[in-house]
Design a protein around this ligand. Sequence first.
Ligand code: HEM
Length: 220
Amino acid sequence: MQTARYRHIFIRIGLAFLILHSLPFAIWAMHSGALVLVSPDLSDNRFYTPGGTVTNIAIFAHMSLGALLMVFVPLQFWPGLRTRFTTYHRWSGRLLCVGSAAVGLAGLAYIFVRGTIGGLWMDLGFGVYGVLVCLCAGQAIRYARRRDFAVHRRWALRVLVLTFGSWLYRLHYGIWYFFTDGLASTPDFDGTFDLVQNFAFYLPYLLLLELWLRREPRRA
Ligand code: HEM
């Protein structure tokens, strides 16, 4: 009983830490996405495609929706919230899974139509990232509907890790530039650090999660 209480306190602190630390990025992403609605001239914006209404809506909505995911996905794991507010958990869970898939699909559409700034390897890294986001969100909702909540939780945890990939990508760059002044990183994103980064913002974290999940049954 006492252990469960400490575990819940620990999880709450962890989630609050995650939300608060990624909040500046989420606010910036929300603002970047909202520009399409408020800015009279976007011709200088590198994500803007002249005449590409669908592409523009997709990439700018992607930014704002992604920002919302970073605040609301962690709340799904807030201890006590699910049991006390089951209807909220269900409906927000459905919306967040659909939202995650929409963010992933919009990112994939942008890669397909415009391609990323870093070229082939960045297309590949972000492409796999987008496919994984869609897959995990789909599986999370699928297992919840089957009422297999143990498996549902695992897929939902993968969605959580992937949701923060976008922020981790920027965090890695911030730390790297702080300590090395941008060693092996170029404006065209084709330096060694940039190439590693294309996969390093989600794959190692997913791997760590898998290792942690593997320990769970034994612990139980
Ligand atoms: C979940 C949270 C996400 C947030 C908050 C987010 C936010 C953003 C933001 C703000 C940008 C503009 C970046 C800049 O100005 O430099 C961007 C670009 C982009 N995002 Fe996301 N994103 C998320 C998830 C994803 C996912 C799942 C994919 C998967 C395909 C993706 C693919 C892309 C691509 C391809 C670009 C353009 C890259 C470039 O050429 O510079 N994003 N995103």
